[in-house]
Design a protein around this ligand. Sequence first.
Ligand code: FNR
Length: 378
Amino acid sequence: APPKPTLSILDLHERAVSNLPPAVLAYVDLGAEDEESLRENVQAWAAFALRPRVLCDVSRCSTTLRVKTKFIHIETDSPIGIAPFAGAAIVDPERAEGAIAQAATAQNALYVLPHYASVPLEELALVAPRFLQLYAPVCSAQDPSVDFDYLETIIAHVADHISAVQAIVLTVDSPTFGNREKTYRNPAWIAQLQAERGGMPKLRALEAIDGIGKHPGHSPALSWKDIARLRDLCHTHGLGLVLKGILALPDALHAASLGVDGLMISNHGGRQLDAALATASAAFGILPPLRNAFPELPVWVDGGIRRGKDVFRALAMGCTGVLVGRPVLWGLAAEGQLGVQRALKILKEELVTVMKLAGCARLADIGPEHIALGMNKL
Ligand code: FNR
């Protein structure tokens, strides 16, 4: 039979399934515990119906995203960016994040570089726009507070040497690891990973930075007072601060009132707190009141975005842009850098079709009037 064409993100997933050893696929696709949030993330987008407008002249349709704030200056070909994820080297041992970075550059997309990358930052941040995701490091086993010396060393190095990075993205949903039971149920996976991929990938993202040794683990003491301090540290060095892992409106408002430079609504792809609210529902609840109070704050959402229509739904709710995680890893598994580019292209082309059919020629035309809660609601 002729090979099946790769038309959608689901087709890329199918190819990833046939290309990856089961243990690797399981690492990418799993969620915490019963995987409620993992499933809901995908399904919740479908609860929001689109309300198209007609007769809008969509002969010239643009998906260009421009964001200009004090620290963040972005002009990307689409509002679809790449989420930070550890372990790309498990999928692509040769190039790992290097392939993703080149794909992001080729498609002019935002790439949030992961703290746990196995390629040095200097090789990933050649072209803007890039953000750098970090976990809050713990001081020591005896002292659970956040190690600001470690953070300052990284931030100063990035500010001085890596100009493509515009902001630090602090992941705030990980004071402890999620209960990823699937991993514990299958101890053989780890052994298999080691056998098949020559061991767990080495984390080399920060290796060029003097004074940064082995990552000490995450601080369980991270709290709002650290955010104010980290904001000052970033701003002093000319970088923005973005918080990733927000699901509740009071947290979004608190962060915004502290003067952070952006938010990422996320439940970590269902890998941390199982049963955490699906991100589509969180965005739908958070955005209207947040936009009232902070109309210009950049807000991204990630989790379960598999179609251009999901991107459109997120923008209609008031999000600035979206991030995708697994679709990028599936593209990487299917055909390396070109597969990552293909994932981004598929989503962008789907978005263009949805925009035209909904009567929106530019991202700024997409608004709350284009979305309704529930397929049968008036
Ligand atoms: C992640 N994610 C993640 N997030 C983060 O802030 N730091 C990290 O190191 C990781 N690692 C990671 C590994 C893998 C394999 C996956 C799938 C995800 C979460 C990621 O940034 C993002 O929030 C989700 O992947 C978005 O959901 P989708 O698009 O995968 O459904």
